[in-house]
Design a protein around this ligand. Structure first.
Ligand SMILES: O=C(O)CCC(=O)C(=O)O
Length: 282
């Protein structure tokens, strides 16, 4: 069926068009460990891509039918479906957005970005909270030059569980060895309080996208709206990122999944890590 509301030319242009950042925004990101940017995408773009991503999420959802009361905290937090860019041409087009990849490079201060992976994080209508954690606990990366774009396909009011960030927590080096769990929620909450870190939890407007570093502590509240919180994320790394010796089981798993055939110390340039943006020399 033809989607009459979709405007393929506008959405394609927007997906790849430069989104200018100010110096102040880049500095703010580096100090705070996150930034929220308004009007990154419009309805035309989401009309083109969101329904495909939602369909892929539902097709792959292994939690369907399992009541919330019988799930773990992690399972209650979201339906998590990764590598959509490998499964579908439309999802791939979205993940290859030059607009997002260039923002990521400029925030990190790198000459380009590679894909680490993409993953949809759909918080169901009655989904639970996402515990405090820092993503890089899971990632065998040699530097901190990694960033996640968190792209909600609708506005996210507080009651829907927008991402909440520990401002400057990436610099404090707290709670870095804790995987997502009830334990990470309790211990990191305490560390955030002890270190006087400000929690920034704000609603997201339609089209607003956040970027956070791999070491920024973050969480999300439960979804009490009765509507799903549909979010696609794309995780970028420095184009020159090297593989570090995995420090835990999660990092071993990630190495196998997202850096197949790469030796420790080599640039992570497997078939799973296409270049998504590269600066053109001036
Ligand atoms: O969407 C969520 O609830 C959590 C997202 C998250 O942890 C991430 O994107 O790194």
């Amino acid at each position: 069926m033809i989607n009459l509301s979709a405007n393929p030319v506008k959405s394609m242009n927007e997906l790849h068009k430069h989104y200018p950042l100010t110096e102040a925004q880049i500095l703010q990101f580096r100090e705070d460990g996150f930034i929220k940017l308004k009007n990154v995408f419009s309805k035309e773009t989401f009309d083109k891509y969101a329904s495909t991503i939602t369909r892929l999420v539902h097709e792959a959802n292994r939690m369907a039918g399992l009541p919330m009361a019988e799930r773990t905290t992690y399972q209650k937090a979201f339906i998590q479906i990764g590598n959509l860019w490998r499964k579908d041409e439309t999802a791939r087009e979205f993940a290859f957005s030059k607009r997002l990849a260039r923002i990521a490079a400029e925030l990190m201060g790198t000459r380009g970005t590679r894909m680490y992976h993409d993953q949809a994080l759909y918080k169901e209508a009655d989904g639970g909270f996402t515990p405090w954690h820092a993503d890089q606990q899971y990632w065998p990366l040699s530097t901190a030059k990694s960033v996640t774009a968190w792209v909600p396909f609708q506005a996210v009011p507080i009651e829907m569980g927008p991402l909440c960030f520990g401002k400057g927590s990436h610099i404090k080096k707290i709670g870095r060895d804790l995987a997502i769990s009830d334990e990470s929620e309790a211990l990191i909450r305490e560390l955030i309080r002890e270190n006087g870190i400000m929690e920034v939890q704000e609603p997201f407007d339609f089209g607003e996208v956040s970027f956070h570093t791999g070491w920024t502590q973050h969480r999300a509240g439960p979804n009490t709206t009765g509507r799903p919180r549909e979010v696609q994320t794309i995780i970028y790394m420095d184009i020159d990122m090297k593989l570090a010796e995995p420090k835990n089981k999660n990092q071993e798993n990630d190495r196998n999944a997202f850096a197949p055939g790469i030796e420790v110390g080599e640039i992570i340039a497997s078939e799973m890590n296409p270049v998504l943006y590269m600066e053109t020399p001036s």
